[in-house]
Write a protein that binds this ligand. Structure first.
Ligand SMILES: [Cu+2]
Length: 153
């Protein structure tokens, strides 16, 4: 083998080892793994399982709201969400059928909502306006119609 090849092979192998070490260090020493909370639900019985038997928005404190939402082809339930500016909103989401997405434009919210799993996200809406909510996981023929808005007043 040519010397240059040996050098490049050693360098490439070394880099792979370094990257694997960094990933391992982040996972085990810094605990930078994916969220470990794993709440599950029977996707066949979403409509009967609290809190998803009553999707909607609930005031739970001083400018703090809880939104229980189900996602299904091709809609979000509840459709209308309105909160005052500065409100902190705790979203609890699940899917009734296939994998959907929950992305809120102009925020950092961008989550996958999987059948059988409960997704929880908290967001504070400081700026008034209409926030576009989109499903960003291809979920079927009507996927492009799957959107709603969150109104912040
Ligand atoms: Cu969808």
């Amino acid at each position: 083998m040519h010397l240059d090849e040996k050098i490049w092979l050693t360098l490439s192998f070394g880099m792979i080892m370094i990257f694997m070490f960094i990933t391992g260090y982040q996972t085990f020493a810094l605990e930078m793994g994916p969220p470990s909370h794993n709440e599950t639900i029977d996707p066949q019985k979403v409509s009967e399982t609290p809190p998803f038997d009553q999707p909607g928005i609930k005031k739970i404190g001083e400018n703090e709201y809880e939104v229980v939402m189900t996602l299904q082809i091709f809609s979000f339930d509840p459709m209308e969400i309105e909160v005052p500016a500065g409100a902190t909103v705790h979203f609890t989401l699940t899917s009734k059928d296939v994998v959907h997405g929950f992305q809120v434009a102009d925020t950092n919210i961008n989550a996958m909502v999987m059948p059988g799993h409960i997704q929880k996200i908290t967001q504070t809406f400081d700026k008034p306006g209409e926030y576009l909510v989109l499903c960003n996981e291809y979920c079927g023929a009507g996927h492009q119609l799957m959107s709603t808005t969150i109104t912040v007043k």
